[in-house]
Design a protein around this ligand. Structure first.
Ligand code: ZN
Length: 240
């Protein structure tokens, strides 16, 4: 039995290792996704700024069309002015023209504001693009590394799964049955390594009598607190 428990404990360690590898395999794609999202957020920022610049250019074109329309109006007034007969009519057109010229100034000021804004947007685009180029290369390398990391662990998982199968063939049938039954109930932790006088899993102190039985008895003993199979390596044995 003691020797059988050695192998059973080795099986437990193998299952622990497989669980760790599975966690890594599950985590890596999440890390990749995180890097991709962060990288793409920057390129979305650039796209957004470019869209804003495009709108700015369209706004400016519209304002320039507004000016052209006002100038058109002014030249029409000037044409009409040539035909007027009274001073009052002349003064009327003259006032209209002055009013429209003020309008041109207002629109021109708006165009200047838009030009200042365009400069700012272009600055943001340049900055974000240079930042994106820097991090994209770095992130892409990290993503590539994570993919090979993932491949490595997938290989490792299939290799260790084979080793586990081999190990299972060495465990006595009754022990294996008990192990498999408990494996589901005890969340994958079946064998508890007792190094001093505590259960290695639930950390409850083992009764002295049970502890001495553990050393001398050949029976399968379980933790009275958590119900796991207790395994105490014989003195001088490698407890790794
Ligand atoms: Zn326990």
């Amino acid at each position: 039995m003691k020797e059988g428990l050695d192998i059973l404990y080795a099986l437990q360690q193998k299952d622990d290792q497989l669980k760790e590898i599975e966690i890594i395999i599950k985590e890596i794609p999440q890390q990749i996704k995180k890097l991709e999202t962060e990288r793409d957020a920057r390129s979305e920022m650039i796209e957004k700024a470019k869209k804003k610049l495009q709108n700015n250019i369209e706004d400016r074109k519209k304002l320039e069309r507004d000016i052209a329309a006002i100038k058109d109006k002014i030249s029409k007034y000037k044409e009409q002015m040539k035909k007027v007969t009274t001073n009052k009519e002349y003064q009327g057109f003259s006032n209209e023209i002055k009013f429209e010229e003020t309008n041109i100034n207002t629109v021109e000021e708006k165009i200047i504001e838009k030009m200042v804004e365009a400069d700012e947007i272009m600055g943001i685009i340049r900055e974000t693009e240079s930042e994106f180029n820097k991090i994209a290369a770095e992130f892409n390398q990290q993503i590539k590394d994570l993919h090979s990391h993932l491949d490595y662990h997938k290989d490792k998982l299939s290799e260790e799964t084979k080793n586990k199968k081999e190990l299972r063939t060495q465990v006595a049938a009754n022990l294996l049955k008990a192990y498999d039954n408990l494996f589901v109930k005890k969340a994958g932790k079946v064998v508890s390594l007792v190094q001093t006088d505590f259960c290695g899993v639930c950390n409850i102190k083992i009764r002295p009598q049970l502890l001495s039985e553990l050393v001398i008895s050949n029976d399968l003993l379980i933790c009275e607190s958590c119900g796991r199979i207790l395994f105490k390596p014989m003195a001088g044995e490698d407890e790794e």
